[in-house]
Design a protein around this ligand. Sequence first.
Ligand code: CUA
Length: 346
Amino acid sequence: LFSLLAVMTVFLAACGEEHLSTLRPSGAVGKEQLNLLLLTTIIMTVVTIIVSVIYLLAFVKFRRSRVGENVIPKQVEGSHTLEVIWTVIPIILLIIISVPVLISTYKFADVAAMEEVDENGEKTALTVNVTAKLYWWEFEYPNQGIVTAQELVVPTDEKVYFNLIAADVKHSFWIPAVGGKMDTNVDNLNKFYLEFDKTSEGLKEGVFFGKCAELCGPSHALMDFKVKALDRPAFDAWVAAMKATEGQTASADSTDLGEATFANSCLGCHAISGVGVSGGMGPNLTTFGDRNRVAGFLEHTTEKTAAWINDPEYYKPGNLMTGKYNVSEEEAQAIAEYLMTLSVEK
Ligand code: CUA
């Protein structure tokens, strides 16, 4: 038992990865979810210990070498006292667990504020439409009219409301340090809200890691995204910068090899304006130069970007970009350099 526990401790230690720990929560929702987790874990641990001790005592006390060969211990059939004890105690424990869980569940599902409007009839709550796709994430801000992909940008210290949907198969939206997991389904919308602190113990300021938490295909484990939590003025500046990209596109006539190749080979699926385009085949690349990762999980460098363009199937098996695009290695390098210039933050 102890060697098993020791091995489990090693596995638990791996959960401490930076930005990914439910045990170091950020924001009110994450903190409340951790409290529920601790409450149930403590109760389960106490029950497991008590039951194990009784079980072991019975083994020791009634073992054959102690009571003697061929001796049948006293047989007890039916005990009102025992039956009342093992019925009432679990009921009390389940009530202790279920009351706070139900209160929190209904609280996090309260999204009435999503429909509130100001005097101009415009919705006031910050809402993000999340669309999960094989194997990437699209984030649309309907009230701001902008769209981005792979990196969710949110303001800190206020409720951010989410509409969750999937474009192909079921996925699940989870930011371990902040909250979730909520399934993204193909035809029914799930809604909830989260709150983001700018910093959390041990985390890089304002950056959180998100995961797909529902097995969805060969690259499920690589379906990562990042979250950037900015204070309100910085978030408003980001929205304005995103809106300023309206009409931006790559020109096939450009003297820049990367831009011209991108216009010819990539623009059919990817957009590089954050305004007015969503539902594309591939992720919107408006903020590619600002990202923390390439394809959700690779190091954010020109080299990795070029390597990804050359062979997406190698990095993310089963993704829709798999295929050959008639792009030479030199052109892939030029596209990567061009993509790194796409930025609204610099
Ligand atoms: Cu998407 Cu797992």
